[in-house]
Design a protein around this ligand. Structure first.
Ligand SMILES: Nc1nc2c(ncn2[C@@H]2O[C@H](COP(=O)(O)OP(=O)(O)OP(=O)(O)O)[C@@H](O)[C@H]2O)c(=O)[nH]1
Ligand SMILES: [Mg+2]
Length: 215
């Protein structure tokens, strides 16, 4: 006899303006519900929650595991009109309201094809302030724009990281090298969705399914 089990995982997207947060959120959800577009300013102006269910995601302890994922998209940081303090309050309130069982993983979306700079350090500080001392267990870096990296002649993201500055390598080291390069192309959406979810699921198992609670 086999039964089925439902597991809920909560994800938060964070990152600089126009880094690809909403595209990544859509990729996780396997849909196009969140507005994602090129802009000279910030597209996402408030926190938005979307949910998706994946039946028979994998087998666990002899049962079929159905996955429910809650994905919170956020405005970019730093933001042209929202101060960092205000943004922190807004994200914190949204997490308290919607993630009753806590946050499993924050996804820091960084453009893989743009060099690491001071603004990235500001986002990292924002994540530390928001998530607290355990931030590094609950943060995964998502490098977007992998397509541009391979178009430029690198074999893959790992190959590209050989050119990375120490500040970026130190960041990756501090989060136990939890990172993923994503090639966001609409026609690969389902393929990317499963790849990234499998990886995140593995990181969350490694954390013993622990989540961060917000009060
Ligand atoms: N080529 C390429 N384009 C991408 C990738 N990820 C995102 N984009 C594009 O980058 C632009 C910005 O993406 P968004 O998802 O709106 O970025 P965002 O971080 O949510 O932007 P804001 O809400 O303005 O902060 C869109 O045109 C996306 O299609 C990627 O991996 N490769
Ligand atoms: Mg957005």
């Amino acid at each position: 006899m086999t039964g089925s089990e439902l597991l809920t995982l909560n994800f938060l997207l964070l990152g600089r303006t126009q880094s690809g947060k909403s595209a990544m959120a859509n990729c996780l959800l396997g849909s196009y519900e969140l507005e994602s577009k090129l802009s000279a300013s910030s597209v996402t102006q408030e926190c938005k929650l979307q949910t998706a269910c994946l039946s028979n995601f994998c087998r666990r302890n002899g049962s079929q595991l159905n996955l429910r994922i809650n994905v919170m998209d956020t405005p970019g940081c730093p933001h042209p009109t929202i101060t960092k303090e205000r943004l922190k309050q807004t994200v914190n309130t949204a997490l308290q309201q919607h993630f009753h069982h806590g946050l499993h993983m924050a996804l820091l979306v960084m453009r893989g094809d743009v060099p690491f700079c001071e603004e990235d350090c500001q986002v990292i500080q924002f994540i530390k302030d928001l998530l607290g001392p355990e931030w590094n267990y609950h943060t995964t870096v998502i490098f977007s724009h992998e397509d541009r990296i391979t178009d430029a002649g690198f074999k893959n993201g790992q190959d590209y990281l050989r050119t990375a500055p120490d500040t970026l390598l130190e960041l990756l080291d501090s989060i136990q090298n939890k990172f993923h390069f994503v090639n966001y192309r609409a026609d690969f959406l389902k393929e990317e969705q499963l790849q990234i979810l499998n990886k995140l699921f593995y990181f969350i198992i490694h954390n013993g399914y622990k989540s961060l609670e917000f009060k």
